[in-house]
Write a protein of this length. Structure first.
Length: 219
């Protein structure tokens, strides 16, 4: 993979190398250890659709009930599964595996501190519960059920880890090999000489300064 970086008045060219098997292995570790896990359970006469979703512990059992339609009668099943919602870093790894050099910039500038804080959501629901009038039993029950679901989610995610360690592993797997450089003036002259717009055909990174330098120092 070729990566172009705009470094002030110079365009730098890098060859990006990585082991795809190791990257795939790391991606699965992130999914298993860093995803926010949401348990889903419901009864229906139609099975769930899992397009672009990561599902584990999927089970279904017949309830013994049925739903009648004009043209047919369908059995109702109880569906249960855990949906894993991985951090955005997993999507960037997928892009990298598909040789999309645009993912490099986002990986370099990735914010490892961003993560869902379930305790904040629990505190918010608890505050909302306390503001509901005592006589409004229905709303209190609804809010209490939300609180119970969040507490279950907190227990389900108690062993999930932060992304920092895995991010460090990722940048160790990506090798930047400097190839060559070209001044912006020369680049513009080439475009003018051949009357072509190379900028529209070549992805040139804007990862300037500290973020890129810090990334390379961690190699």
């Amino acid at each position: 993979m070729i990566y172009f970086r705009n470094n002030d008045d110079i365009i730098e060219k890098y060859q990006i190398d990585f082991d795809k098997d190791e990257l795939e292995k790391l991606k699965n570790e992130i999914i298993n250890n860093c995803s926010f896990i949401e348990h889903v359970e419901y009864a229906s006469d139609f099975p769930p659709r899992f397009t672009n979703k990561i599902i584990k512990n999927y089970t279904y059992t017949r309830t013994g009930e049925q739903k009648e339609y004009f043209e047919e009668v369908r059995d109702i099943y109880l569906y249960s599964y855990d949906e894993y919602k991985p951090p955005y870093l997993v999507e960037l790894i997928n892009q990298l595996l598909n040789d999309n050099s645009k993912a490099i910039d986002q990986i370099i500038n990735y914010d490892t501190t961003t993560k869902p804080n379930i305790d904040d959501r629990i505190n918010l629901i608890n505050q909302e519960f306390n503001k509901i009038a005592p006589e409004d039993i229905t709303k209190k029950e609804e809010k209490l059920n939300e609180l119970k679901d969040l507490l279950k989610s907190k227990e389900l995610n108690k062993n999930q880890q932060g992304i920092e360690l895995y991010y460090d592993k990722l940048i160790e797997l990506i090798q930047f090999n400097f190839v060559d450089s070209l001044s912006i003036d020369e680049f513009s002259k080439i475009e003018s000489f051949f009357k072509v717009n190379l900028s529209s055909k070549v992805d040139i990174s804007n990862s300037k300064g500290k973020s890129f330098v810090k990334f390379l120092k961690n190699k």
